[in-house]
Design a binder for this molecule. Structure first.
Ligand code: URA
Length: 176
């Protein structure tokens, strides 16, 4: 793993949560106050929304690996420098976790994991991407629906793509 020692931010580090190794990983943006207090990612309102979207497709929290692109609070917003500083830690985590599918939650995770798509999360959401190693499924961040309830239907439809993407990831990972 990378180290937070040299980071000027010196915030409260919120570690990832989930089994290692794990075939399915969710990568979000950055912890908020709920996460910093409980020391766990996605436990505030966005986390409750994420758990409900996961439950709709039969997934439980304990089955998946959940982490963030930016690891501590306070984090600078917008996040570009923090994304760069935290990227080695995220990559080291993923090397250990070895997911075959990563659900990329929102624009910050897209920028961290797939910085060269040249697309916004709204333009790329729902498209399965293979990088030669694993599959990625970029989706809107669950907080988006809290800010804009009109997105609820689309987001549900996007999450329904996860089981199919995971089945595809199993096939792709066997071909490698
Ligand atoms: N909580 C997290 O841990 N990550 C997010 O991206 C949002 C809320």
């Amino acid at each position: 793993m990378g180290s937070c020692q040299d980071c000027p931010n010196k915030g409260i580090l919120v570690p990832p949560d989930g089994p290692v190794p794990c075939p399915l990983a969710f990568v979000g943006e950055a912890p908020g106050h709920h996460e910093a207090r409980q020391g766990k990612p996605f436990v505030g309102p966005a986390g409750i929304k994420l758990m409900s979207l996961m439950a709709d497709i039969g997934l439980e929290r304990k089955e998946v690996y959940i982490t963030n692109s930016v690891k501590c609070l306070p984090n600078p917003t917008p996040h570009p420098e923090a994304i760069e500083r935290c990227r080695p830690m995220l990559q080291a985590e993923l090397d250990a976790v070895k997911p075959i599918l990563i659900v990329v939650l929102g624009g910050v995770a897209l920028q961290s994991l797939l910085p060269n798509t040249g697309k916004t999360i709204s333009a790329i959401r729902g498209r399965i991407i293979w990088d030669g190693r694993r599959l990625y499924l970029p989706l809107l961040h669950p907080a988006a629906v809290l800010h804009n309830p009109g997105l609820a239907k689309e987001m549900k439809a996007d999450f329904i793509r996860i089981p199919g993407a995971l089945a595809k990831a199993v096939v792709m990972s066997k071909r490698r």
